[in-house]
Ligand binder design. Sequence first.
Ligand code: 5GP
Length: 125
Amino acid sequence: MPIDHKAAYDEQNIFAKILRGEIPNKTVLETDHSLAFHDINPLAPIHVLVIPKGRYVSMEDFSANASDAEIADLVRTIGKVAAETGADAQGYRILANTGKRAGQEVPHLHVHVFGGQPLGPMLSR
Ligand code: 5GP
């Protein structure tokens, strides 16, 4: 079910559990402020999720309330993931679904990194 991106942070969401080590993940890289791991249901040969370690529901929450250090770290981590997975060799796409209309399913900000194949148009009409 898509989530309300303006709701309060839910400590029981699946990515909070991953960050607490309660659920395993296939880590690509980890920094002081961010974690990158493979999506459990990949939609492309490369499909990695990059999340802040802080408690942010959505991009809206993160962009308004995260520190400059957290924001810089997330962006740099995305770049490193693209480089280290090889996604940047032929081009890649980043995507952050925000709220119900965009189909956000997990109420902890996550940026998808897709690559490894031609990715087609941005949206289908
Ligand atoms: P959204 O639709 O919210 O933008 O994306 C949520 C993503 O989280 C989906 O691509 C889904 O496959 C992924 N996902 C959901 N549960 C888990 C999990 O337990 N582990 C991992 N690695 N990915 C998950």
